[in-house]
Write a protein that binds this ligand. Sequence first.
Ligand code: DLL
Length: 431
Amino acid sequence: MAQRTAAIFQPEFETLERHALEALQFERLQSLVERLRDANAIYRERLRGVAAPRSLDDLARLPFSTKADMRDAYPLGLLAVPERELARIHASSGTTGTPTVGAYTRHDLAVFGEVMARSLAAGGIAPGDMVQVAWGYGLFTGGLGAHGGCEKLGACAIPASSGNTARQMQLLEDLPVIGIGATPSYALVLAERFRNERRRPRSLRYAICGAEAWTPELRASIEDTFGVVATNIYGLTEIIGPGVAQECLEKRGMHVQEDHFLAEIVDPDTGLPVPDGTRGELVLTTLTREAMPVLRYRTRDLTARTRERCSCGRTTARIDWFTGRVDDMLVIRGVNVFPSAVEHALLAFAELTPNYRIVVERPPNGLDTMLVEVEYAPGAAFDDRERFAAQVTHRLAEALLVSLEVQLLEPGTIERIEAGKAKRVYDRRTL
Ligand code: DLL
């Protein structure tokens, strides 16, 4: 199947020359700082004595904001408009405490629609295409965000929401759906079900996946199993939702919608900016948000930035696939282990699947143990299961620099999560 050349939805912003883009960003940053001082008591206090930026380089002198600031200001302490001007409220799941609220004015929703329309277009979707939105609808930003993007792009949204796999499959079989938006783990669930039941989606060509950490190896697995081109989409409730950054079909990192979001990378320990190409923590500033603008938000997400031009024609900066979140890093007997590194190492084996689980335990008076349980592929060809497991163990231990145990499981034994974000790490040390 010939791949389309994806059209750029808003070339007037997505292909701006760097100097023009930076001039626009600076103008917006200045007005953001003024707006925050005028309209929000928390920011006014935080910005007391801080000089107005005189160039984009002054960004690094402005204060950070953090998840803790959002929690302290829960629910609406960070509003910069009167409550009556709000048009919608979303919230993050808040599984680890107070939920994070994202509030929008009508203008914010228009921007959300635009950045999502740009993202869908970059991922291969054209006006007139049908798109199955399989991210959850509700307080989560994924479903309604993608839905708004489809409408802005002129595509047809199918609000399937998450879960109900039998119905998702039926829709994909019966309707000429070209694109699907889903978490990567759910895209894999659907792909595997189609393959196992020897059924096929009717017209599906593009999967736009995001909302959780994944790897290029998992992408390859989704593409092979589903017969689609999959691209990576990033975003977070605190900033707007999905659509902060999206990969184009060149698949060389995610384009940041830089006229709306300023992206910096800093050293997670010192908070100091690192050069392009160096991995660090992504820090985002909303340049145009009205309801809840955010200054230098520490996302805790780890990536690297490049401002090299992309062959797709977009001039915007790109961020690399995320290593994970600072908080996802496991420390096993003093060694730092990211779950994405486990996924990367496992999927180097053709015999293994992306269905895995990491269990960390602390036996009484003992050293922490790490067990990786992974399903082998249906029909995987290895003669001796134990020998193969030993080989995988050896490769993982070498890659992660930590000793661990690997257990091979029969296909289909790990529970599939059909709604929400995948849970792959079970850290039982704190129980
Ligand atoms: O997950 C928004 C979203 C919806 C993004 C649909 C993409 C698609 P939150 O629930 O606030 O918002 O979670 C945001 O999820 O800080 C990252 O840690 C993680 N995340 C999101 N996209 C990616 C991605 C939505 N492509 C948090 N790769 C972020 C890795 C991601 N992590």
